[in-house]
Write a protein that binds this ligand. Structure first.
Ligand code: DCP
Ligand code: CA
Ligand code: CA
Length: 369
């Protein structure tokens, strides 16, 4: 593959920054965005926090109660997540980013890869100017800051974007890759979680440089062929994953005709569950998770009725899918007098289950070629 220039743009403390934008008067205070579980007043976890709150040790994933302890006697702001609002802002920013890319790939609500090889003619000086223009445009038009990493591939761009935050811009040219990586802790590599980190420590591997110098065969013995090879290549900054638009389906649905028209819940449910199984196997195959579940009822007179439920967060299991279908059907049948002729189930608002999983698998597909 010829040399590329790839950018990763990640919005800074995204949910909390959206809240600051909505209400600038909280800007200088610690801002903590929370997912309240609803069990008791303060049960739940921190979704994210602004950098002022982070100075007190508040970060994503910790219990809200702990965050409150850390910010005791401090004039801090605790807010519930408002995903719809963040999604709206995200959509607008992604539209802006897309315009600056030869190839564009959104990888979450607040980050995207841009392949800018052609438009920068492979020149890092031009890439830096482009990144500055992008940062300015997001700030001027959407009032948000972001951090950008620029490098020869996605792996390096991602680590570079994390390198300096918030409002950072880090360029790593091809000849700087190895020295840039060498002193970083292995945790910075995509795919190295707490467990792997521990395992690597027992091998006396703490930095990416040490990982790169470690015998590949031994890595393979410990982690298996896939992961071992991936770690070895990653530690040398090798990554051939293309930046590519994700063509995820809008929805997956199945519909079938009942043996005879009926409003009997049990019969309709039996058929619906079979359809759920089929839809679910498609989700599994494609590694997708869903946020919305719908039922479709086509009446004897061919009128189409549908009902849906949308969850705040994506779901991955079959049980929730079936349970939601059941609830929707029960409610629909109790409220209407429709005899069903055909019945359908649908999931929508789909997203990819595991970034890493995909990156790893396609990486190994590539190495096999
Ligand atoms: N998020 C969450 N729970 C987590 C991690 C993240 O709800 N455990 C949400 C809130 C974040 C958003 O996803 O705002 C983006 O996640 P990032 O990891 O990019 O973190 P931030 O944007 O909040 O901070 P940073 O400035 O470090 O990128
Ligand atoms: Ca972010
Ligand atoms: Ca992110």
């Amino acid at each position: 593959m010829k040399e590329r220039i790839v950018m990763l743009i990640d919005l800074d403390y995204f949910f909390a920054q959206c809240e600051e934008r909505r209400n600038p008067s909280i800007k200088n205070k610690p801002v903590v965005v929370c997912v309240y579980s609803g069990r008791t007043e303060d049960s739940g976890a921190v979704s994210t926090a602004n950098y002022t709150a982070r100075r007190y040790g508040v970060k994503s994933g910790i219990p809200i109660l702990l965050a409150k302890q850390k910010l005791k006697d401090i004039d801090a702001v605790f807010l519930p997540v408002d995903k719809e609002f963040y999604r709206e802002i995200s959509d607008k920013i992604m539209e802006i980013l897309r315009r600056y890319a030869d190839y564009f790939e959104q990888v979450g609500i607040d980050e995207a890869y841009l392949d800018v090889t052609q438009r920068t003619k492979g020149n890092y000086h031009e890439a830096k100017e482009l990144a500055t223009i992008i940062k300015d445009e997001i700030l001027t038009h959407q009032d948000l800051t972001c951090s950008i990493g620029v490098g020869p591939n996605k792996l390096i761009a991602k680590i570079a974007a994390d390198f300096q935050k918030p409002d950072g811009l880090t360029l790593v040219k091809p000849n700087e890759v190895v020295s840039f990586l060498s002193n970083l802790p292995v945790r910075r590599l995509v795919g190295v979680g707490r467990k792997t980190d521990k395992k690597l420590k027992t091998l006396e591997i703490r930095t990416v440089g040490q990982l790169g110098n470690f015998d590949v065969q031994k890595l393979i013995e410990v982690f298996g062929k896939k992961l071992g090879t991936y770690f070895h290549n990653a530690s040398l900054g090798i990554d051939e994953e293309p930046v590519q638009e994700r063509n995820e389906p809008e929805s997956v649905s199945r519909i079938s005709t009942l043996k005879k028209n009926t409003k009997d819940l049990a019969i309709i449910l039996d058929e619906s569950y079979l359809l759920c199984d089929e839809v679910y196997s498609v989700l599994l195959q494609r590694g997708l998770i869903y946020r919305s579940v719908s039922i479709i009822i086509i009446a004897g007179n061919l009128r189409v009725h549908s009902r849906s439920k949308t969850f705040e967060n994506p779901k991955s299991d079959l049980e929730v899918f079936k349970k939601t279908v059941k609830e929707l059907l029960e409610k629909f049948l109790s409220e209407s007098n429709v005899e069903a002729r055909r019945i359908g189930v649908k999931v929508s608002n789909l997203s990819k289950k595991e970034e890493l999983q995909k990156q790893l698998t396609s990486f190994f597909d590539f190495t096999k070629k």
